[in-house]
Design a protein around this ligand. Structure first.
Ligand code: ADP
Ligand code: MG
Length: 237
């Protein structure tokens, strides 16, 4: 078989969809801008993780992705770096609203994503604001008012701020649902659907989940367009 097939076999990657591009088996193969390559090098990473290797080339083609992979597999940079490159290609005035939206189930996870976005996005001059409950809204609103490229948010707090009309999602063209199965388990489905109604339908959507039960399949079918599905390892249903 091809080297793409042997890489996928070795790393237990299965893909479903039309014309799936081969994985990037090294950072050199990604063609990422030099400042991003410098960041991953500075972080001490020697190669893309399997989910990164397979989802990066798909995401860079502006295709929708549903990725099913366990915790600790490097999913965050799997979507953040394509988000950064998306921002380079079509950056709006951040004062009109964010371009990239990441939904995450908890404050803790949202904060971790924010930290990773700040660390890896700094040299690309990308700004990121984190919105979560259990903390005063004031500082979060102030940050939004300054303008931001990326919003990382828990669904509850983002909905509160949307209802206050203090953020607009009309510039969003890159949407990520991280830990989708957990968000649904936590009862966030109505909030997610309300949020997505505010996001233009001309967008790229990436969904990450550790499991693939029918509730997650349903929301994927509703929110994603002709996605490529990437599985790493065995999938629990
Ligand atoms: P997940 O979201 O799949 O649970 P994370 O994105 O949180 O995983 O990544 C887990 C850890 O792996 C983080 O500390 C992250 O910085 C690190 N990591 C990400 N990509 C790589 C890579 N290519 N090589 C080595 N470590 C990586
Ligand atoms: Mg994660």
């Amino acid at each position: 078989g091809t080297s793409a097939e042997s890489y996928r076999r070795r790393h237990e990657i299965t893909v479903t969809g039309e014309d799936v591009p081969p994985p990037f088996t090294s950072f050199e193969a990604t063609g990422f801008p030099s400042e991003l390559l410098r960041e991953v090098h500075n972080a001490g990473f020697s190669a893309p993780t399997p989910i990164q290797a397979q989802s990066w080339p798909i995401a860079l083609l502006n295709r929708d992705i549903v990725a099913i992979a366990k915790t600790g597999s490097g999913k965050t940079l799997g979507y953040l770096i394509p988000g950064f490159i998306h921002l380079k290609r079509r950056r709006n005035d951040p004062r009109l609203g964010p371009t990239v939206l990441v939904l995450s189930p908890t404050r803790e996870l949202a904060t971790q994503i924010q930290d990773e976005a700040v660390k890896f996005g700094r040299s690309s001059k990308i700004s990121c604001t984190c919105l979560y409950g259990g903390a005063p809204k004031g500082p979060q609103l102030k940050e939004l008012d300054r303008g931001t490229d990326i919003v990382v948010a828990t669904p509850g707090r983002l909905n509160d701020i949307l209802e206050m009309r203090r953020v607009s999602l009309h510039q969003i063209s890159f949407l990520v649902l991280d830990e989708a199965d957990r968000m649904l388990d936590m009862g966030f489905e109505p909030q997610i659907r309300k949020i997505v109604k505010e996001v233009p339908s001309r967008r790229q959507t990436l969904m990450y989940t550790a499991t693939w039960p029918k509730e997650v399949r349903k929301i994927a079918a509703d929110l994603l367009m002709n996605p490529v599905q990437v599985n790493i390892g065995n999938v629990d249903e």
